[in-house]
Write a protein that binds this ligand. Structure first.
Ligand code: IPM
Ligand code: MG
Length: 352
């Protein structure tokens, strides 16, 4: 097939890990006889350095007209002034909003050979296979924001329609898995959470009667995610809680550098990014873990291009590289020589 893919590498380790994902996409295209056109565009602090907006109009236009976007990471200590009106992070929020990418899928499947990398006991990790479905274009991230003389406000707002559509995404995904949904909210305190719980309950009982639904308060969920992680199948939650819980879930896998994500809307067009950030502390050293970025490319093949066999082949190659012990410093056991970013990418390519 022919496909056009926007590549927005962004900041910090973004370009280092994205280039490995790009190499893998090219290799998949060659192996399976596809024609992928990969088009780079500036975003984030990298765009600001070039005198552009964090999300230049041309970059947004490219993302709108391509089949999918591969995204690296965003954020820079050079633009961290809390009073600044223009910040790199606005680019990713703008892309999610403008492209209508309201559903963020963050799968967490710890690999047996990486048990050492997780702070959790081995027996707790047995059987863990969960999917965080994070609402991505509503809630406190997109409410009215205000900074006055001696106060600041972030408004959290959810509409019934916003909750219904994310509940349906979670319901459909649960039907293809173990048919269990844990909806996470803070309904004992927040109005938006009480609405969330009511709407999710209705959508599930009306449209997904075959899916088991439970509700958890976010504080308790944060604890249970570490004490009984294997109990989860699909976790559906609002924007901010999903942001926090998915980073926490990375501890199960062993590193933020392993977790990919897919951001989807009503069409096939999606944006794919590792859940990690730009990691300025290790940027430029070629030691970042590219597996999350490469796994994000696999999700792109699956969800935007409907190339399931190709996606599975890429995921298998990543799993193979990890099982063979090609591990970057974030997941290498103490005392073992760590692979660099390029080496890890090459180990995946070799197995494709
Ligand atoms: C993520 C990130 C972003 C978010 C930041 C970079 C704005 O943490 O994708 O999880 O908070 O959504
Ligand atoms: Mg986050």
């Amino acid at each position: 097939m022919k496909a056009r893919i926007a590549v927005l590498a962004g900041d910090g380790i973004g370009p280092e890990v994205t280039i490995e994902a790009v190499r893998c996409l090219r290799a998949v295209a060659a192996k399976f006889h596809h024609d992928f056109e990969l088009i780079d565009a500036p975003v984030g602090a990298a765009a600001m350095d070039a005198g552009l907006d964090p999300l230049p109009a041309s970059t947004l236009a490219l993302a709108r007209k391509t089949d999918a976007t591969l995204f690296g990471a965003i954020g820079s200590p050079r633009y961290s002034d809390p009073e600044a009106k223009v910040r790199p992070e606005q680019a990713i929020l703008g892309l999610r909003r403008e492209l209508g990418l309201f559903a963020n899928l963050r799968p967490v499947v710890p690999q047996a050979s990486l048990r050492h990398a997780s702070p959790l006991k081995d027996n707790l990790l047995e059987g863990v296979d969960l999917l965080v479905v994070r609402e991505l274009t509503g809630g406190i991230y997109f409410g009215r924001q205000q900074w006055l003389e001696d106060s600041a406000t972030d408004e959290c707002r959810y509409t019934v329609a916003e909750i219904e559509r994310i509940a349906r995404v979670a319901g459909r995904l649960a039907q293809a898995r173990r048919r269990k949904i844990t909806s996470v909210d803070k309904a004992n305190v927040l109005e938006t959470s009480r609405l969330w719980r009511q709407v999710v309950t209705r959508v599930m009982s009306d449209e997904f009667p075959d899916v088991f639904l439970e509700h958890q308060l976010v504080d308790s969920a944060a604890m249970l995610l570490l004490s009984r992680p294997a109990d989860y199948d699909v976790i559906v939650t609002e924007n901010l809680f999903g942001d926090i819980l998915s980073d926490e879930a990375a501890a199960l896998a062993g590193s933020l550098g392993l977790l990919p994500s897919a951001s989807l809307g009503d069409s096939k067009r999606g944006l794919y990014e590792p859940i990690h950030g730009s990691a300025p502390d290790i940027a430029g050293r070629g030691i970042a873990n590219p597996y999350a970025a490469i796994s994000s490319a696999a999700l792109l093949l699956r969800h935007s291009l409907d190339l399931e066999a190709e996606a599975a082949a890429l995921e298998k190659a990543v799993a193979g590289a990890i099982a063979a012990g090609v591990l970057t410093q974030d997941i290498a056991p103490r005392g073992m020589a760590a692979a660099d970013t390029r080496g890890a990418g090459a180990a995946v390519l070799e197995r494709l």
